[in-house]
Design a protein around this ligand. Sequence first.
Ligand code: PLP
Length: 379
Amino acid sequence: MSFTHRCWAEIDLDALRGNLAWLRYRIGPQKKILTVVKADAYGHGLRQVAALLMQAGTDIFGVANLQEARDIRSVGRGFPILMLGACLPDEVETAVKDNVMPTLSTIAEARAFSATAARLGKSVQAHLKVDTGMGRLGAPVDAVPKLLAAVDRLPHLRVTGLYTHYAAAEDDAAYSRRQRRAFEKLVQQLARDGRGFDFIHANNSAALLHEPDAMCNLARPGLLVYGVLPPGRRRAPALLKRHLRPALSLKCRVALVKTIEPGASLSYGRSFVASRRMRVATLTAGYGDGYLRSGSGSARVLVGGRLCSVLGRITMDQLMVDVSRVRAQPGDEAVLIGKQGRAEITAQQLAQWCGTVPWEILTAITYRVPRLYCGGSAA
Ligand SMILES: *Cc1c(COP(=O)(O)O)cnc(C)c1O
């Protein structure tokens, strides 16, 4: 084909490999690691990322649906997969057949899995989730001992993992401590009753940075694997910035450069009106690529190695930036996330400009944007 891309993502597999290696070093040799690859591996491309993480030594994968589990299996067999959401009633059979470990919160779910496994002549390993304050999934802490005793009596089902999820590990130290203490107490109580687990886990990326995890033997990071720091009031240790590298860059091109006069307005809704003569570049990306419209008037883009302000509304396929102070011409590369020269825009920074979180920035990148891989050895 004799054309290039208009908007694309570059995924550095060596960065992913380095991030996983560093996280393993940080959690220590006694603990295992579950890498979260839901939502197309946070927009990085599930198959390629899963293959790389298998080579780089992940122990378990975390997914949000059964198709993701199948995509993982299509590039490598035998890796345990934990479904992080609750399975729908009509998903139970496929989960059992595909050997995907479910997350259980209720006896009804456990019974459905046990019965389905019996019918299929299989046995299911499951993780039981404890709600220590997230309020989304999991059994209330006090209800867990009785629930577990009941689940343990079901045939064809074995609870091999116990876990919980922090609601505000990046912001709220006191609340996180309460969640952690409640979980610790439960784990200790169950241990006194002789009930141990192969896997005990709680720590997402923010908790890995901020919460002790003595009672856990499995870490459960997503965002950090991709080299992006969770934002929040609790400050991440500075050394992280040196050891983790963002794996994804998002780029587009300058399609047109023009000069506008004072009083000229730009884009839909005319939210921007020029107060001076300025040079404006039209770029080949928009919200149809996942560059969020909420960045209109606040986001910045790298052109010519400098930060250039987004002017007016971001449209579906194009956006405009102020290039008055840089050299720019049609065909030039523009960086929406990533480095250009010595300047860098992180997903976290773009999220701030858009009034959202880096998780949404990454998973918003649409199907239209080709993912180009470099480094490592992809599937
Ligand atoms: C998504 C998810 C994670 C990973 O969260 P990060 O903040 O990206 O590290 C961990 N645990 C559960 C249950 C999740 O749903």
